[in-house]
Write a protein that binds this ligand. Sequence first.
Ligand SMILES: [Zn+2]
Length: 742
Amino acid sequence: MSVSRREFLTVGGAGLVAASALREASGATPQARPWYQRTLRWGQTNLTEIDPRRIDIDFWRAHWKRTRVQGVVLNAGGIVAFYPTKVPFHHRARELGDRDLFGELVRAAREDGLAVFARMDSNRAHEDFHRAHPDWFAQDAQGKPYVVTGMYVACVNGPYYREHIPAILREIVGGYRPDGVTDNNWNGPQRHQPCFCDNCEQSFRKRTGAALPRTANWDDALYREWILWNYARRLEIWDEFNRVTREAGGPDCLWVGMMSGSLNYQARVFRDDAQVFRRSEMIMLDHQRRFDTEGFQHNAETGLRLHSVGGWNKVIPESMAMYHLGEHNFRLAMKPTAEARLWVVEGFAGGVQPWWHHLGAVQEDRRMFETAESLWRWHEQNERHLVERLPVANVGLLWSQRNTDFFGRDDAGVLVDEPWNGFSQALVRARIPYVPVHVDDIDRLARELGLKLLILPNLAALSDDQVAALRRFVASGGSLLATGTSSLCDEAGRPRADLALADLLGASVPGQHAWRDPARRTAQAREWLQTYLRLPRQEAARHEALRGFAGTDILAYGGTLEPLVVARPAEVALGFVPPVPLSPPEDVWMRQPETRIPGLLCAERPGGGRVAYLPADIDRQYARDQIPDHAALLAALVRWCVRDVLPLEVEAPGLIDCRLYATSTARVLHLVNLNNANAWRTPAHDLVPVGPVRVRVRMPEGKSAVVARALVGEARLAQSTRGAWHQVEIATITDHEVVVFE
Ligand SMILES: [Zn+2]
């Protein structure tokens, strides 16, 4: 690594990136890299049962070319076979006849120089299969099969996964030589579909010596063991299927199961993001659309989250639906162009690679073909700036799938997702670059990225090792910002004697506190009340992080708080004001205008770090009510914790998602314009340009002769340098802009 490269990777003047973080592709030209590293643009026409009689392969070849894809996902088998399979009960597509459609498509793709992923769907089977082998399918405690869309859900511990699917994989890989195999739905029964077949009974007894738990009781250690046993089996499937495809197709013939971008969903289907991505060379991300609770920005965040846990250089193609997905789905009609574009460019901003997706070989809403073409072409022209890069951020937002499992339990939406979404949305709104950090990666990412602050958004379930990593971070001068019940539980979700970080946060939980009882805790988290947080009346007495709130003595809150035991050096910066009646109007006054119940505690640490603890779940409240003060409070605390040292400043109205990266030669800044009448209600009807947008990026030391250019707009950028800051002005941004500082 050259000196200049090291300098460019210096983050915000804060930390120095480990050279190993951006693994060089050993100087290899893109062509010399394995297919799973060099194939950046994908396309998929998901075939239906009648497509063998109506598909026009030449049309799709032309579309592959128009959209500059380098790889295609082709339906092979699983629920439905598109080739003349010899595996018993492998259901051939209704209109397949003797045709080998999969084989024809593989040949066409090869002639066009494309990589091929054979697509599987291993989740369900038809009635004839179930009649012949009822014991291969999942069954409930009464022995009844789970039937979804008229098909039978296969058990992951029986011969369906151990013999039937491997036989299909060998047939496909041996017969057609695809580069790899990807599977749409490979996890078997979900958490709400526990299987009680003999194979499951035996497997579970072998691991635990006990019978399968009959009820879903999170307080029962055996049920928690059942959860972990389920995860372990999915990882085994991942490894077993990879052994099969590599034996049949060589060491690069990967088997890659599709993964959702929703951690909540991943938990319910036992797919462990961190464990899977650490063992896989790539991820096929099945994250097709925006949800109103998370916004477009969730796509960039998901890309960052997966890269941060799996590797910065890995490729993460994402299935981007070109058809309409919203409150209701129309899988044959186009997704409005603005909606589709914003989702795709947010993917680019997260280091996600594009993969268009149509359902059916014949499309009557032909407008959807145009959506991909311009975006995929832009991606081709600019691909070198869109891969192999490290985020430039000194703020980490902590996550853990075990927290979703064992603290979130059946209420992860309220207990885990809302605080996460609220905090990440406040950061996006404040244009504060951040990186999702898995709790097991604290040491590594703090070193690689030079993190100065770790945020715990109601992250309650932590192991002793994870707590120790947080302590090391603070001891070495790092700052912490925690909300709600952070560090209340052990990794199994059991309440600890006290907050594991009580001494750092400056607060202890007394014996009778509602937080000690999961049912009361969850009820409190769901409840909304007219409550407030109080600032000291005298401005001189106010904490410096709260300077932005001159002109008010109170802030809207919405949650409820009980007393905590506060310990020095923490000081109470905001106090809780208990519920105020909403009506009749004559009743709307504070019965208790002031309490000693802490809403916010702040402390300076001996190591130089700062700690802000919000027992008040402002992040969750922000996700729900979108109160600007809540976003401003979270952002102000972040700024205080990092002593105002941030790598980026952006001046423009509204909501602009900013994601900043370092490559080996440049800084790359994505700006996604989310100013839209439908920013929080799918779908976007049109794009609303914003401008001018003034951007200042803090450059590494010694980089004075920087030239910035825009990859989307045609206009030359006005730019200037002042000290370490390079400033550019972008006249207008329609959907996105990418600025390269070289
Ligand atoms: Zn079973």
